[in-house]
Design a protein. Structure first.
Length: 420
């Protein structure tokens, strides 16, 4: 995990009840100041997808125009209608590829094969044309990137068959290879190259994220030892006190036993929550702050970074150990991200608050926006943070602020202690 090298994990501190239940992250739209996620998909990702689609629309329109002009000058305008309409259909399928990449790729392949066959039998200009070849390349590339290996390989092979088929369906060419087949072959090669390259990048990112989660779980396993020691020590102390109370003040024994019961429940709940973090799940995310050592952490950061203003509840509350370490790690990782990706930040504000619902941790800076922030601020350090925060029943939101800068906002539930 790309955790801060500013400091090591703090010792566990504080005691409290840790609820063993897990809250699922609410679906739908969540967001903070200046950023928002919708249905679990970041707005930045949607904007990038929209920009790519707009680029494809422009490319498709240009290819259709070039094809229409070329056929009008050689065959006549009416000979373009069939191929043009078929190309528009395949282009629409390419723009809708995110709905179902597999079936839409199959539909595009069938449409192109039908167009090639009809053009040959009806003595129309050879197909596929530039627009259709480009749209089919988009469908094939998207399928190769995201589909499982067998379907992806089938789609890629079918695209190659169409390239070969277009050569046989085209009219003889002095060079031996028709221009239509050459264009289709280049588009297919580009689709395979881009699709497989992006597939490798996605696989590498996924493997790196999984390693981050595994490293985080190993760290949590070490914390589990401290959590168990912390709670079991309290149980032993209270059991010893109960022996003394039973002899001198028997009337106080029920209250002491209730305290032992509560301490045992705390130990079981804390162990369930930390062990839950170690389970291999599909969840992903980042984490980092806590109360006692935050002042020292901020002082160390101030020596080589922008000034940090720390706001904490007074006096510092006693939180469950797993909450304390999570709070500390959130602040630690956030400050590290500021030093790495926001060197022009003039100030940073760390706010730790507590109310009846739980604990909130927010780290904001005022650095101007830049390409590095968009490309790197959502790196693998956040994976470890979210792994902890969501398993503890909290939420984590990161993104640019409306007035400039970056914000990391985490909320953690803080159950109340009640004896049964």
């Amino acid at each position: 995990m790309s955790v801060s090298d500013l400091d090591q994990l703090p010792p566990l501190a504080g005691a409290g009840r840790a609820d063993g239940s897990r809250r699922s992250r609410p679906a739908g739209a969540v967001g903070g100041p200046g950023f928002r996620t919708v249905g679990g998909v970041k707005i930045w990702d949607r904007l990038a997808g929209t920009a790519a689609d707009l680029g494809f629309v422009v490319a498709f329109l240009m290819a259709l125009a070039v094809e229409a002009v070329a056929i009008a000058q050689t065959w006549g305008a009416r000979y373009w209608l069939f191929g043009g309409l078929a190309a528009v259909v395949v282009c629409v399928l390419a723009l809708l590829r995110r709905w179902h990449r597999g079936w839409l790729a199959v539909a595009g392949l069938v449409a192109v094969a039908s167009t090639v066959l009809v053009a040959r039998l009806a003595h129309l200009p050879a197909e596929p044309g530039p627009a259709m070849a480009l749209a089919l390349a988009v469908l094939v590339g998207a399928a190769l990137r995201t589909l499982p290996p067998v379907p992806a390989g089938a789609v890629g092979a079918a695209g190659l068959v169409l390239v070969v088929g277009s050569q046989f369906a085209a009219r003889p060419s002095p060079s031996g290879i028709s221009s239509v087949a050459a264009l289709s072959g280049l588009a297919w090669l580009g689709a395979v190259a881009v699709g497989l390259s992006l597939r490798l990048v996605d696989a590498r990112n996924q493997a790196t994220a999984e390693k981050v989660r595994q490293d985080e779980r190993l760290e949590l396993a070490r914390e589990l030892h401290d959590v168990v020691t912390h709670h079991i020590t309290g149980i032993v102390v209270q059991a010893q006190a109960a022996q003394l109370v039973a002899g001198k003040h028997p009337e106080k024994l029920p209250a002491t036993l209730a305290g032992i019961e509560l301490a045992g429940s705390d130990a079981l709940a804390a162990m369930r929550r930390v062990v839950g973090l170690l389970r291999d799940t599909e969840d992903a995310a980042p984490a980092s702050p806590g109360p006692e050592q935050l002042s020292a952490l901020v002082e160390r950061f101030n020596r080589h970074g922008p000034p940090v203003r720390l706001r904490m509840p007074e006096p510092a509350a006693q939180w469950p150990p797993e909450v304390t370490t999570t709070v500390y790690r959130i602040v630690q990782e956030s400050l590290t991200n500021v030093s790495r990706h926001a060197p022009h930040a003039r100030s940073v504000t760390v706010t730790v608050g507590q109310d009846a619902q739980g604990i909130s941790v927010e780290v904001v800076d005022d650095a101007p926006p830049g390409p590095a922030r968009k490309g790197h601020r959502s790196g693998y350090g956040l994976v470890g943070m979210r792994e902890r925060v969501q398993t503890l029943g909290g939420t984590l939101r990161t993104g640019p602020r409306a007035g400039g800068g970056w914000s990391v906002l985490a909320t953690l539930p803080l159950p109340s202690r009640t004896a049964r």
